[in-house]
Design a protein around this ligand. Structure first.
Ligand code: B12
Ligand code: SF4
Ligand code: SF4
Length: 231
């Protein structure tokens, strides 16, 4: 059987994602410098994610009682989409080694690095995540690159840097051990149930902040997935 043709442009992918609440976050044409060697045949990478919480009610209505429920739901959404568009599906949670989703997002210029590690999207701020990507053997038409994002550079006050109760961002790298220890104390309930205070301190995309149930879900997933030896 002839494989289905790729979409004429990536807006078709965005339309196909509407029922899932996910969206196209950005796209780029990989080069030898920014694609892993295993992806030499991929000429376009389209990043799929959630901007804000639009997908949350859809996910909670359709989730199954299973481990890694969000990852598995994501696979059930994106794998058939890849087949329909004759693309290869990539997932941020497949690893290690992991596909460099944050680097891809910066390359696609859909978000920019922040001092707290999370990428900041100009509209959704820290309240976005990458759920998967489609890799195409064809060079699809994508929007020309816009000027590099300067959201954090332009933010003089940087309230994110002083909001963490255990100064997890004081050093070069994010101290996830200190964070996880705090989350397990009584004082850590605010972060555990309402989401990371440093992210909540960011003024960008505040209206897209995750509500308590979603924030608590992600924070508990974070505690489960990090190294077990850091207690
Ligand atoms: C492993 C991992 C973790 C580990 C990190 C372990 C460690 N110390 O490295 C742990 C479990 C701690 C973790 C935590 C979280 N993570 Co995480 N994590 C990942 C994962 C699966 C792999 C990262 C990786 O190793 N990539 C491989 C390298 C080669 O890829 P890369 O893109 O080039 O990585 C570069 C960037 O990460 C960058 N980078 C990393 N830290 C920093 C810091 C600064 C300041 C800068 C500029 C760059 C930078 O440097 C890397 C090398 O170039 C990614 C998904 C993915 N596949 O990328 C998510 C991911 C990075 N995590 C993500 C998130 C949201 C979180 C949490 C906030 C979860 C939550 N609660 O919602 C937490 C942070 C906890 C908190 N307090 O809020 C998101 C970030 C989205 C965004 N907006 O940027 C990702 C992309 C997953 C997703 N589905 O979108 N995570
Ligand atoms: S508070 Fe300012 S510096 Fe910190 S993540 Fe938000 S925009 Fe960037
Ligand atoms: S979740 Fe709380 S303790 Fe952890 S990094 Fe964010 S602000 Fe700090």
């Amino acid at each position: 059987m002839t494989p289905p043709p790729p979409p004429s442009d990536i807006t078709a992918i965005d339309r196909a994602l509407v029922p899932s609440g996910l969206r196209v976050m950005g796209a780029f044409h990989p080069t030898a410098a920014n694609a892993p060697s295993s992806l030499t045949t991929v000429r376009t990478i389209v990043l799929i994610g959630n901007g804000g919480a639009a997908f949350w009610p859809i996910f909670t209505a359709r989730r199954r009682e299973e481990d890694d429920a969000l990852d598995r739901w994501t696979r059930r959404v994106i794998t058939p989409l890849a087949a329909a568009f004759n693309a290869e599906a990539f997932f941020p949670f497949d690893g290690p080694p992991y596909f460099p989703f944050q680097r891809w997002a910066v390359t696609a210029n859909c978000a920019a690095p922040s001092p707290i590690g999370t990428l900041i999207h100009p509209r959704f701020g820290p309240w976005h995540a990458y759920r998967g990507a489609l890799g195409f053997a064809q060079r699809l038409t994508i929007s020309p690159p816009s000027a590099p994002l300067t959201t954090c550079r332009d933010c003089a006050a940087k309230p994110c840097l002083s909001a963490c109760p255990v100064n997890a961002f004081a050093a070069e790298a994010y101290d996830d051990d200190a964070c996880a220890r705090h989350l397990k104390t009584d004082d850590g309930h605010d972060c555990l149930n309402e989401g990371c205070r440093a992210r909540r301190a960011c003024p960008v995309g505040k209206e897209h902040r995750y509500a308590s149930a979603q924030a608590a879900f992600h924070m508990r997933a974070f505690l489960r997935t990090r190294r077990e030896d850091a207690d």
